[in-house]
Design a protein around this ligand. Sequence first.
Ligand SMILES: Nc1nc2c(c(=O)[nH]1)N[C@H]1C(S)=C(S)[C@@H](COP(=O)(O)O)O[C@H]1N2
Ligand SMILES: [Mo]
Length: 315
Amino acid sequence: MIIKRSTGIVSSEITDEKLYTNRRQFMKQTGSLALASLAAGFLPSTTLGCQTGADAANPASALLPDELTPWEAVTGYNNFYEFGTGKEDPARNAQGFVTIPWEVKVSGEVEEEKTWDFEELVGGLEVEERIYRMRCVEGWSMVIPWNGFPLASLITRLKPTSKANFIEFKTLHDADRMPGQKRAVLDWPYTEALRMDEANHPLTLMVTGVYGKTLPPQNGAPIRLIIPWKYGFKGIKSIVSIRFTQKQPLNTWRASIPGEYGFYANVNPEVDHPRWSQATERRIGEFRRRDTLMFNGYADEVASLYSGLDLRKNY
Ligand SMILES: Nc1nc2c(c(=O)[nH]1)N[C@H]1C(S)=C(S)[C@@H](COP(=O)(O)O)O[C@H]1N2
Ligand SMILES: [Mo]
């Protein structure tokens, strides 16, 4: 389907909320997202990267079903420091955040540096639904039905040169529109980056919607990044700059606390955060903690990107 911003991204081709409700009920009955994915095969949407069945290395987790995290939690319990550091701040403070018009500056190692209007940037790119497990470095997790397109298809459109080894993203920096930026809690603007092979991986998404609706401001409207095998902080929100670079860019969290956050931020239950273990997580809505899976459960798809890399050093 094609992104239509005036009407949001909802169209007859995308799963509507009633369908989601039905699907959630279905998942409650079957208790298995794997089965729900089978059912999703009858739906017009695509489900990918939902690998839930048995994980030989982690039999305990394999017994636990994945269910979609309710809309209320997905849009009400957020990290978006530009709108405050409390989990409920973004939902409140980002209301009324204006995302039309929106421009994205594309620079660095590209054939042509250019500031793109949002409509032109994403126009014609096919939006898919992807249900992804999400893991925050703070130890909570959710299962979220995102709507977006592979970053790879946008990269093709932007025409980086052969010198591009990394892609760097920046969030809007405007304290009048993002009140959290009045405090120097981070070195604004929020900056993140990926290696080009990570960026071009088919699981890596540029997200413009969630639950079949236009992305709410607290989730990073109008466009944000999602990399399901990495900790949530790599998924930068409200992007206004994309720069292709030869050298590895410095990401915000690494810049502010280098002893705690690295460049890769791959979900890894074996590498503790200096101040807490990463071995388990609390799925929002659940009481008992779950075991955290290597690469957040996406090891089959992405582990080969990191062969030869010491994951204890390169966290
Ligand atoms: N610009 C910006 N992007 C950001 C953040 C932020 O504070 N500012 N928080 C990150 C963190 S820590 C997480 S866990 C996810 C949360 O995304 P969600 O609120 O949509 O679940 O956004 C990430 N992207
Ligand atoms: Mo996070």
